[in-house]
Ligand binder design. Structure first.
Ligand code: NAP
Length: 517
């Protein structure tokens, strides 16, 4: 059985703590063990700050972009074995694993291309030179330059490859050395990826390290130039961003947390129309892909009262047809939840909903699981609730149920009611609006915008080109206000800027204009 180790200070290192067993969530068998804890946090940070940082900052954007291109190629070249670890340890289907692995390679490649476009520079201008005061002599200009710190990533269990890659692409392009801490339960893919990236010998020494197990000793030593990017639950996000060391030193913290993403059906969407079909495709896919354990999964579907019965009939047909079981079996479309705790939490959330809402379909544990021994595996059947009462609507907005679960919420069909319901999510990563009526659709999209990181708009013209709302794109922002953590990642250059320092320079015009080289 593989023993997974951290990669720190230029070597793979066993921790001094206990070995943590990692399970196959479909069979509950131990598939690997992680050697965690007891690392010398100060040495890890020094290695990043004193070796990785200076080496990266000596490179131009184009050179850093070349490194990202090689990381992308390394992951793509080893796609099949990473898919394998993801299926066994993550409980993901091959399709779900590809979403993670290909997403990782694709995002690194997108930032490789951005690096090439930024070219031989090491700094970026932010806006034009501005003249200060009445004379023509005093000028000001904003520049982005590399910070001198380290970027620490804390990732959730659901995207061991992409979760690292989307953070690393932007940080490394900005010239920041990275330390990745994957979620322990699904660390096998992250650990294997680290072995592959190290073996490819692409990055300068100290530019990449990976820590298994607790990250707290590292966080407690962070300083004014350091940055943290966290993905996971709101509770842990709050703990991390409230750490005294981070507050004291003004460490930049980016949080991606829970999100009650919504899909809104406009009142004009007719059964059978293109927008109707796209909505059904999106909802059934987003609630089941990766067993619903996606930060961008659709948790609420707002359906005009008059369409509820027909919509549910078609959605339930699709959801009931999905095959649940061991993701090692090629027929299976929905695997187990990643951990026993996830299953307990999802079942508890479903039990609360069952107490107040109608169940259109879904059981706690489906009867005919494919290739699963009796009583084994951390399963939840794909479930659709219908929230017809105020109590049910309230419960649907209490907590995110992080599993193959969604709730249909009937509404009047008015734009104001749709907007009010979307806002009740308290801040989302993504919301999609389906309408043929452009005025109605764009009115809703703009009204919900302050509450949502990304708004997808769908009409019949989208047919054949629209992407599922759960697909995060390197060129567009990923993050959301409020409950979603208030963070922003990706978005092309915007994600890189998060890891750069922006400084205003003021002085005689000739000097200021020469700053950018
Ligand atoms: P979690 O328990 O918050 O864990 C997330 C990460 O934080 C893991 O790497 C975990 O390490 C680490 N961690 C735990 N306690 C910590 C502490 N005190 N200090 C620093 N790090 C700590 O979340 P999860 O169970 O992995 O993920 C499920 C939740 O994340 C869901 O509720 C979902 O809504 C949310 N999520 C959000 C997004 C997004 O992009 N917005 C994406 C995925 C998931 P260990 O594994 O070693 O405990």
């Amino acid at each position: 059985m593989p023993t997974l180790t951290s990669y720190v200070c230029g070597a793979f290192a066993h921790g001094k703590g206990e070995l943590v067993p990692l399970l196959n969530p479909a069979t509950e068998e131990v598939c690997a063990q992680a050697s965690c804890g007891g690392l010398d946090a100060a040495a890890v940070l020094d290695h990043a700050r004193l070796r990785g940082g200076p080496a990266l900052r000596a490179l131009t954007f184009a050179q850093r972009g070349e490194l990202l291109g090689k990381l992308a190629a390394t992951i793509a070249d080893h796609r099949d074995e990473l898919i394998e670890t993801s299926v066994v340890n993550g409980g993901t289907t091959r399709g779900g694993a590809k979403f993670d692995i290909d997403g990782a390679a694709g995002t690194l490649q997108a930032y490789a291309e951005l690096g090439k476009k930024l070219g031989e520079a090491r700094e970026l201008a932010d806006g034009e030179t501005v003249m200060i005061g009445r004379g023509a002599k005093l000028a000001g200009r904003h520049l982005y330059l590399s910070r001198e710190g380290v970027a620490v990533f804390i990732n959730a269990f659901n995207f061991p490859a992409w979760g690292f890659a989307e953070k690393a692409a932007t940080a490394l392009l900005a010239g920041a050395p990275v330390i990745n801490k994957p979620a322990t339960a699904t660390a096998w893919t992250a650990a294997r990826m680290a072995e592959l990236l190290v073996a490819a010998n692409v990055l300068p020494d100290g530019a990449f390290q990976q820590v298994l197990g607790t990250v707290t000793p590292l966080l407690e030593r962070l300083g004014p130039q350091d940055m943290v990017a966290f993905t996971g639950s709101s509770g842990t996000g709050t703990t991390v961003r409230s750490l005294p060391a981070l507050l004291r030193h003004g460490v930049r913290v980016n949080v991606e947390a829970d999100s009650l993403n919504a899909a809104v059906m406009g009142p004009d969407v007719a059964p059978g129309s293109s927008a109707w079909q796209t909505l059904l495709r999106d909802v059934s896919r987003e609630m089941t892909e990766k067993s619903g354990q996606k930060c961008t999964a659709t948790r609420r579907v707002l359906v005009p009262q008059a369409r509820v019965a027909e919509f549910l009939e078609e959605l339930v047909d699709r959801v009931r047809a999905v095959k649940v079981g061991n993701p090692a079996s090629r027929d299976v479309e929905v695997g187990p939840l990643a951990t026993r705790q996830q299953m307990v939490d999802v079942h508890a959330g479903c039990a609360r909903m069952r107490g107040v809402a109608e169940v259109a379909c879904g059981e706690e544990r489906p009867a005919n699981l494919i290739d699963i021994a009796a009583g084994k595996g951390f399963f939840c059947g794909p479930t659709v609730f219908v929230a017809r009462s105020d109590k049910a609507v309230e419960e649907a907005h209490r907590d995110e149920i992080f599993g193959p679960v969604t709730t249909a919420i009937p509404y009047s069909g008015s734009a104001d009611d749709a907007v009010a319901l979307v806002r009740r999510g308290g801040g989302m990563l993504v919301t999609s609006v389906y309408s043929e009526d452009r005025e109605w659709g764009s009115g809703v999209a703009k009204a919900i915008a302050p509450w949502v990181g990304r708004v997808c708009m769908v009409d019949s013209k989208s047919e054949g080109i629209t992407l599922p709302p759960g697909m995060v794109l390197p060129d567009l922002l990923h993050g959301g206000p409020g409950r979603a953590g208030g963070g922003e990642e990706l978005g092309g250059l915007r994600g890189v800027q998060h890891y750069l320092a922006r400084t205003a320079f003021e002085g005689p015009r000739a000097i200021v204009e020469r700053l950018l080289g």
